[in-house]
Design a protein around this ligand. Sequence first.
Ligand code: RFL
Ligand code: PHB
Length: 393
Amino acid sequence: MNELRTRVAIVGAGPAGLLLGQLLTAAQIDTVVVERRSRTYVEQRVRAGVIEYGVANLIDDAGAGARMRAEGLVHHGVELRFDGSTHRVALSELTGGKTITVYGQQELVKDLIALREASGAPTLFDTAATALVDLNSPAPSVEVEGPSGALRITCDFVAGCDGSFGLAASSPPPGHVRRYERTYPFSWLGILAEAAPTTKELIYARHERGFALYSMRSPTLSRLYLGVSPTETLADWSDDRIWEELSVRLSTDDSPAVNVGPISERSITSMRSVVIEPMRYGRLLIAGDAAHIVPPTGAKGMNLALGDVRELAAALVSALVEGDERRLDDYSRRCLERVWRAEEFSNYMTEMLHPIDEDEFENAVQRTRLRQATSSPEAGTVFARNYCDLNSL
Ligand code: RFL
Ligand code: PHB
């Protein structure tokens, strides 16, 4: 087997792995990123869109924010639509001026890959990690399989940024990791459509026929979601049915209809909450979706992943540059406190916005929560802080 030596081996070129690489490169720490998919695949994978206020600043501080600042859409509020009317939560007014930035995850991924390429730091695409070994020794390694065969990457630390179905979370031996999990009784059907959004701000709608979300990527691209049954597949949803359902769930008497256009991307995602504790095993540090999943209703997944990496990069710099491992020893505890807040908020958003058939009690509670979030200044402030900037509070 061929051998390679680096200081930090990063598994996964999603937002977490790539931002970690960028922050460590800035601190002159050598890294190798391995990614089982192709560069084109990761640059085109349509996912998250909302970047929190403090996370946008983190991206800037890492030197990766130029295009996000130029092309991202800055929003000062968000709309909650229920019982036939729309209520705006004035995010900026309630948070002392904070905003969210709507910028596609795959655009951030492209920006980070371009920076990494320019720095000369290696990224091995089409290369899957097959085993993480000697994780309790001072020289752990990652075994990988790529276009030029098998390779062993020996390092000081392994960063497991390999997403929800990766190797990192399953590498600690049984008994070392506790897993918390909840599956929700609905999925999201998401589309990207070549249609100008009819709204300037995101709309989260709770309609008696189900959840809907109006989001966007640019003045000419809409991103829309429908809550659907977990047993449904894309084959059940013709274009006409998708548009009809979006229009019913998102319309009110005083709001313009949804603009229709060609659908360029579509997928169905199940809704889960997962947390693994701790986010470390020996010299393996786990970050992002590899360590936790939130349902997308709170727009927290990518923000949480980047929040982990802010913590992990600082801890690795202390350990590798100053020889001080105390921050690394505290990495999991510090992250999990924030992770559970994001889990709670995502669970609250999800359970407030997805009606449950024939459960009148649950539905009355959901509508009460929505009325509170939109009519009580205290509840509105908590909502706005969590929505805008949970990972930096
Ligand atoms: P990723 O992005 O999944 O990246 C992990 C990478 O690891 C690779 N990999 C491996 N590489 C080498 N060897 C192996 N053995 C490997 N196994 C896996 C994978 O190919 C992949 O490239 O995880 P990361 O970096 O932690 O980033 C997390 C985010 O991607 C995720 O949390 C968000 O997309 C979640 N999310 C949202 N987050 C937000 O903050 N705001 C949003 O508005 C938002 N909307 C969403 C979302 C996720 C969605 N879906 C599709 C799940 C909307 C949706 C519909
Ligand atoms: C998106 O724009 O893709 C998006 C926005 C808000 C969410 C989830 C996804 O809660």
